[in-house]
Design a protein around this ligand. Sequence first.
Ligand code: C5P
Length: 240
Amino acid sequence: TGRGELKYEGKAKRVYATPDANEYVVEYKDDATAFNGVKKAQIMGKGAINNAITAHLFPQLETAGVPTHFIRQLSDTEQLVRAVTIIPVEVIVRNVAAGSFSKRLGVEEGTALSRPVVEYCYKSDALGDPLINTDTAVALGWATPEQLSRIRELALNVQAFLVPYFAARGVKLIDFKLEFGTLADGTVVLADEISPDTCRFWDAETNEKMDKDRFRRDLGGVEDAYAEMLRRVTAPGANG
Ligand code: C5P
């Protein structure tokens, strides 16, 4: 599959057109940013690891009833996906208080939530992805009420698949961010990636952070944590 015109360049990925208007190539970069681009660096091997982790998880989510944009992995750092129009609403699902939730609400990081919390943010680099609610998204024309209820249903299906998947591999899924898009026929599908850039993963035994917080908070061992997460994601689970 030949790469065509560069359609979009984000902080961690590039999206290219292909000869087939219904397919794009996504290229994963080693570039890492935090605090809305204020902090920038390279994480060696990150692009290949995030590509591999996403390529491992998306087909399993598809089998679990979550339609995704993923078609197949093309190379270490590239995957072929279905062309979607990204809905500019980032969906965060939280199981344990951390990050901006802890800060905003004064809840100690690590506090378990009695049920998953779904949050929505406006996908805007210029504004730093501000928190919104579903009324905001409808009123500003970013999504319909039907799309938003489907997005919530799919996000909770992803949650229901991932929590036991990671638990069987010695990882607590603290929170994660999803993006959805629409196909030409309007079908809502999971897009973007699921990786240590977009999830918080804590070791089940030690609570050691195994995700991008190692970079954000200068904890060191960033590359090792990403490599260990790839090993765990691709390992058979403790329960088969
Ligand atoms: O920073 P915050 O606590 O809101 O992040 C919640 C989750 O969403 C984390 O797993 C973080 O990695 C992810 N996230 C992301 N992209 C953003 C904001 C948060 O992947 N722009």
